[in-house]
Design a protein around this ligand. Structure first.
Ligand code: ATP
Ligand code: MG
Length: 166
């Protein structure tokens, strides 16, 4: 199904606004224009909610959470970044595993079961995308995922980069 990425981001942000405010976090949403992606709206909403919930949970009050996306001719790369506690290099590959939590003590205090990122990876991969993270302890994390762009005949979103030969 064609889904407007901005609509999914908006839904997730609306839902988490009270928690963002309660934790005194600044949210920034920035994009290179809207884009239509292929996927199920509910599933994509779950991806956004899981990543944003993590960003909120692992960022101390006063920090910043951002959602940005880069568009390419055939795909879009979405980033959910934060200025939080970060993840040690050697743990970064493992956080997408089911039930894996960095430093169980640190994580237990903040609740959760360690499934959120495994679900994110499963959903994104089911649409042919990839997931990853860049992070530095004490500075923050940048979780990203890719999705295929979808041609929606009802929208003006035409994938660029497909110039028609004269
Ligand atoms: P659940 O999502 O099931 O409620 P969870 O948030 O602990 O629990 P995941 O979302 O799978 O589980 O994340 C796995 C682990 O990765 C977390 O326990 C945490 O240690 C680490 N992590 C995830 N996101 C971030 C982030 N934005 N900053 C720092 N650490 C993170
Ligand atoms: Mg989580």
């Amino acid at each position: 199904h064609p889904v407007q990425l901005s609509a999914v981001v908006e839904m997730a942000v609306d839902r988490l606004q009270p928690q963002l405010q309660a934790r005194h976090l600044t949210l920034r949403v920035q994009s290179e224009g809207d884009v239509t992606v292929c996927g199920d709206e509910d599933k994509l909403l779950q991806v956004m909610l899981n990543l944003l919930t993590n960003a909120m949970r692992y960022t101390p009050p006063g920090g910043c959470v951002s959602v940005t996306w880069e568009t390419f001719p055939d795909q879009v790369k979405v980033h959910v970044a934060d200025t939080g506690i970060g993840i040690p290099e050697e743990e970064q590959k493992r956080v997408f595993e089911r039930f894996y939590r960095v430093n169980a003590d640190r994580s237990r205090a903040s609740g959760g079961t360690g499934l959120g990122l495994a679900i994110v990876k499963h959903i994104v991969r089911s649409y042919g995308g990839e997931v990853g993270v860049r992070s530095r302890v004490g500075f923050g994390s940048d979780f990203w995922f890719t999705l295929q762009r979808c041609k929606d005949p009802a929208s003006s979103d035409t994938a660029s980069g497909h110039a028609v030969a004269p």
